[in-house]
Design a protein around this ligand. Structure first.
Ligand SMILES: [Ca+2]
Ligand SMILES: [Ca+2]
Ligand SMILES: [Ca+2]
Ligand SMILES: [Ca+2]
Length: 412
């Protein structure tokens, strides 16, 4: 038999060897040290049963194919013992797979004669609970309106645990006990994993509590158990549920009748418990008040400061009491309003002279009248009136005459 003939036989064995007669399975925990023994291919495969002692002793072992797993394992060519060549991480080799089975073939060939044996080797990498449930970020921020109805959800993203076996993956989530008005729900999804959400279980009031912290713990099933925690910062956003309220129900002020335009009468203040535009207060004259036109003519209110000032002349308003209706409004999308009244008394301070008016009862000329010397005492000559535009004491008038020939008599 020439050398060409032997080559043909060898090729035949290789082709038929794809259906290996021998099969061996080893179990190896992940994370073993480099050069840890995985198993003995020679003895575990029981190939010795069909060989002479000499043939078995002469076998040389090698990987049949140049495949990926040669970077993970080495085989002793003399005795067929399989070792790790690196620290094997199950999650690198079999990410998200529940089974981690590495399969390759080892060739055993004898230098005696032409023995060529193919052994199918399966290494099952066993999982260690070496991964911790991890949320994408350890803290997240969420917002919910204080107007949210009970049952409103806040959706949360689930955590990841790269351990993919039944026990070492995430099996449950819990919320750490809290006073926050939320219940927690973790529902298994058919495709694996969980739907996580917080559900509002009480009505909110931002003006009372404007934020909550909630802690969610993801737990795997390993022993010891690994956990990962998510902090959820919940901001309660404002709803315009408060109207501006004046510090006083009514304000009283008095001003002199000669107050100039721009004279500051008083200042009203309203506060609003909401924030932002919902709490931004502006002032104006209440459009629904009696005598609006006159009030608008005489008085002004600063939109921003609430300062009430004189807008028109009060010269003819002395002694009067004005009731100025003021409206405060917030700047919410649906504004809310509050109302108050400013009572303003106009004081009489300018003392005008009484005006005397004489109406002659006899024919007269340019204020002169002729009367007969025969006139009887008590003859009525003229009707005299004295008027004063002032009010109070300034408007009280007394009347007298200086010459003794005539006298004044008050007409009832
Ligand atoms: Ca693992
Ligand atoms: Ca784990
Ligand atoms: Ca408001
Ligand atoms: Ca509010």
């Amino acid at each position: 038999m020439g050398p060409f003939h032997s080559l043909e036989i060898l090729l035949f064995w290789i082709i038929s060897g794809t259906l290996a007669e021998y099969h061996v399975t080893f179990y190896l925990s992940e994370e073993k040290d480099q050069l840890s023994l995985v198993g003995d291919v020679a003895t575990s495969s029981l190939i010795a049963n069909n060989l002479t002692t000499e043939e078995f002793a002469s076998l040389k072992y090698s990987f049949l194919d140049q495949n990926d797993y040669q970077s993970l394992f080495t085989i002793n060519s003399d005795n067929g013992k399989l070792y790790t060549s690196v620290v094997i991480d199950r999650e690198t080799e079999c990410r998200f797979q529940e089974q981690c089975s590495l399969q390759f073939e080892v060739a055993a060939h004898s230098s005696l004669g032409s023995r060529f044996i193919i052994i199918s080797v399966e290494v099952i990498i066993q999982d260690l609970n070496d991964n911790v449930p991890t949320f994408q970020t350890s803290t997240i921020n969420r917002q919910i309106s204080e107007a949210a109805i009970i049952g409103s959800p806040i959706l949360l993203n689930e955590a990841t645990d790269f351990d993919s076996t039944l026990v070492n993956r995430i099996l449950s989530y819990d919320m750490v006990a809290t006073n926050a008005p939320f219940t927690f729900s973790a529902t298994s999804k058919s495709e694996g994993g969980f739907d996580l959400k917080l559900i509002l279980n009480k009505t909110l009031d931002r003006e009372n509590v404007d934020s909550y912290n909630v802690y969610i713990v993801a737990k795997d099933g390993g022993a010891p158990q690994n956990t990962g925690t998510l902090t959820v910062n919940i901001e309660v956003t404002d709803f315009n549920d408060n109207a501006p309220a004046f510090i006083g129900d009514s304000y009283n002020a008095s001003i002199p009748e000669n107050a100039m335009v721009g004279y500051s009468i008083t200042k009203v203040v309203a506060t609003d418990k909401d924030i932002g535009e919902n709490g931004k207060v502006s002032y104006k004259l209440n459009p629904r008040q009696t005598h609006l036109a006159k009030i608008q003519k005489l008085f002004a209110v600063s939109e921003t400061s609430g300062k009430i000032s004189v807008k028109g002349s009060l010269e003819y308003e002395s002694g009067k009491l004005f009731q100025i209706g003021i409206e405060a409004s917030d700047n919410g999308q649906q504004p809310r309003t509050g109302h108050t009244t400013v009572k303003v008394t106009v004081l009489d301070v300018v003392n005008n002279s009484p005006q005397v008016k004489v109406n002659f009862l006899l024919p007269h000329n340019s204020g002169e009248v002729n009367i007969s010397e025969a006139s009887k005492i008590g003859t009525v000559i003229a009707h005299v009136t004295a008027e004063d535009v002032d009010s109070g004491l300034n408007g009280e008038v007394s009347c007298s005459i200086s010459r003794g020939v005539f006298s004044l008599q008050e007409v009832p």
